[in-house]
Design a protein. Structure first.
Length: 458
């Protein structure tokens, strides 16, 4: 990449793509790109110096990005060259064209990659790791899958640190481009079966990923995973969970809006850990993050300070109203196990309260493959509203609708279905003390309006 003077992004507004765009902006390169629609991310990138447009039109590609000898083209796997005229132009004219994951892979070969993979928990765990290290003497670079509240960005730059924290995405086998120094694997619950076809293929993909860890590196995997690690000689394998494994918690104390525990670790126990975002699911996320931080060389005091000051990630257990009368939070959870963990944490925090979830399923294929599991997870609550499926990149599948989940909710549970246009009316109906909106689609667009409706009741 030393000869590159300009970088053009096809899908620049994606959470992972925008982090890489910021990296190249920080290096003084010309950064430009296309995205389908404006967003807070694209508007911020424009303020930071990126040239962004929203029309798939070859004529809109800046002249500075038409020199194929000095231009790198980066694209998201959600866009196919045959379906996008700009991407087709670059491919047909001999430009250097790479997937987002290829660029990250290059960085893991020039820096020490601390990577977090898994079906769920990746964004929070990697963001925790990055925060702990960034405020320590170690520091780090980071490419994250969410906007951290501590920094208001998905990218952290260090001029001195040899470490880079990366969220390792299994979609489209993207994480196979990485060469981690150390990696956490949080979970391997089957997902993206539109890509993998079977659970066996999905698990094999994680085994392949574990084989990419550098000799002399580290694998920290959750206890009880179905995958079989295939590490190279010299890779140290650790396990972790809340209650068992090489890394685990002891003396957990939950109450009065606080969570404290002691970290039990083969690299040295650390008593007196307090979570800055005190939800029980973050105990395990925190254990994994602290394992990577210890491997990187952070001190016990730096780890304590970092865990206590971690403010969270947008859309991950994101509280918008939190009073004795009313609680409203949004969460990105879009896989059955993510939802199960999220709702179990809410139940633990708010025992005896009336809790309602509004859930927008993400993808027709995921709904088709897991509708019974979604219904089972959502049945942890007493009141559920299911919104129409958010299709993202997919065309409709005959017979696959939100009704599949609705019809399989536990008997006796209060239930309803609505379109996106009906979400605010559902909120106005009330009947709850705690509301959580769930999903990876555009349900997030309603958060501000929901907050405005509920604030007078808080």
């Amino acid at each position: 990449m030393t000869e590159i003077k300009a970088v053009y992004f096809v899908g620049i507004g994606g959470i992972g793509m925008s982090a890489i765009a910021r990296y190249f902006l920080s290096r003084g390169l010309v950064v430009a790109g296309y995205d389908k629609t404006p967003s807070e991310l694209t508007e911020q990138l424009q303020k930071e110096g990126a040239l962004v447009h929203y029309e798939d039109n070859v004529d809109r590609i800046p002249a500075l990005c038409r020199d194929k000898e000095h231009t790198l083209v980066v694209y998201t796997p959600a866009i196919h060259p045959a379906e996008h005229s700009e991407l087709s132009f670059f491919c047909e004219n001999g430009f250097e064209v790479q997937k987002r994951a290829q660029v990250l892979g290059t960085l893991t070969r020039s820096l020490k990659g601390l990577c977090v993979a898994g079906t769920h928990g990746k964004t929070t765990t990697s963001s925790m790791t990055a925060h702990v290290l960034h405020q320590s003497h170690i520091d780090c670079n980071a490419f994250l899958g969410g906007i951290t509240k501590n920094y208001g960005t998905n990218y952290i730059l260090s001029q001195k640190s040899p470490f880079v924290v990366i969220e390792a995405d299994e979609f489209d086998r993207s994480f196979h481009w990485l060469t981690p120094f150390a990696s956490v694997i949080t979970a391997t619950d089957a997902d993206h079966l539109d890509i993998y076809g079977t659970e066996e293929a999905y698990l094999e993909s994680f085994s392949k990923y574990s084989s990419l860890i550098q000799p002399g590196g580290y694998l920290v995997m959750h206890t009880g995973l179905k995958m079989k690690p295939a590490v190279r000689d010299g890779v140290t394998v650790y396990t972790y969970s809340r209650e068992a494994g090489d890394f685990h918690a002891d003396n957990v104390c939950i109450g009065n809006g606080r969570i404290m525990f002691d970290l039990v670790s083969p690299l040295g126990n650390i008593p007196g850990i307090e979570l800055g975002v005190p939800v029980s699911v973050n105990i395990e996320n925190g254990i994994a993050a602290m394992a990577l931080a210890q491997i990187a060389g952070a001190t016990p005091d730096e780890i304590r300070r970092g865990m206590a000051s971690f403010a969270g990630v947008d859309r991950r257990f994101d509280f918008h109203i939190k009073t004795d009368k009313m609680v409203y939070l949004s969460d990105y959870a879009h896989h059955p196990e993510e939802i199960r963990h999220s709702l179990a944490s809410i139940r633990e925090l708010y025992q005896g309260r009336r809790i309602k979830a509004i859930f927008q399923p993400h993808l027709y294929t995921r709904t088709r493959d897991f509708y019974r599991d979604f219904a089972d997870a959502l049945s942890l609550l007493d009141d559920v509203c299911i919104v129409d499926i958010y299709p993202a990149r997919e065309a409709p599948i005959p017979g696959v609708t939100s009704a599949l989940i609705y019809d399989n909710l536990r008997p006796g549970i209060k239930r309803q279905m609505c379109s996106k246009d009906g979400i605010l009316d559902v909120v106005r109906q009330g009947g709850f003390d705690v509301l959580v909106t769930l999903g990876a689609g555009d349900i997030e667009d309603y958060v501000q309006q929901i907050t405005e409706i509920l604030r007078p009741l808080s």
